[in-house]
Design a protein around this ligand. Structure first.
Ligand code: AMP
Length: 135
């Protein structure tokens, strides 16, 4: 059984600013927001990351995102949002329980997107072949 800060929020053992909850998911404000309205969507099915979550659970997450993200964006006066699932510590995952960040984005908010790394046409072709043959 997972024991994380998010299971404690789901079980109401610690408080959170809950925006929405149903049988499958809970949505609450991030305690350390990157922008105003930064929220977390956490499936109640216990899993460490999206790769170990069931398809059904992830479908419920996406249904919740489609329901709540536009309302958050509208409420904080944002123009868009990023939906992010950090997966494993090297990708910045700190809480080892599946969750998605909804980060409202504002025109000219100054947040940087991912940097680009150099890649040649040949490298990309070779990599695409490697990945496709591993599928
Ligand atoms: P990640 O780095 O993807 O694992 O993100 C974990 C997120 O959980 C961070 O953005 C934290 O600010 C957030 N967080 C940690 N504890 C709490 C809490 N008690 N209530 C709300 N958000 C939290």
């Amino acid at each position: 059984m997972l024991e994380t800060i998010f299971t404690k929020i789901i079980n109401k053992e610690i408080p959170a600013d809950i925006l929405y909850e149903n049988e499958f998911v809970i949505v609450f404000l991030d305690i350390n927001p990157s922008t105003k309205g930064h929220s977390l969507v956490v499936p109640k099915e216990e899993a460490e990351n999206i790769l170990s979550s069931s398809d059904e659970s992830l479908l419920e997450v996406m249904k919740a995102v489609k329901k709540i993200a536009p309302v958050i964006v509208e409420t904080v006066g944002a123009q868009g949002f990023n939906l992010i699932a950090n997966t494993n510590p090297s990708a910045g995952q700190v809480v080892m329980q599946t969750h998605f960040h909804i980060i409202p984005r504002f025109d000219n908010d100054g947040l940087k997107h991912w940097p680009c790394v150099a890649s040649s046409k040949e490298e990309r072709k070779q990599l695409a072949e490697e990945i496709k043959s591993a599928l």
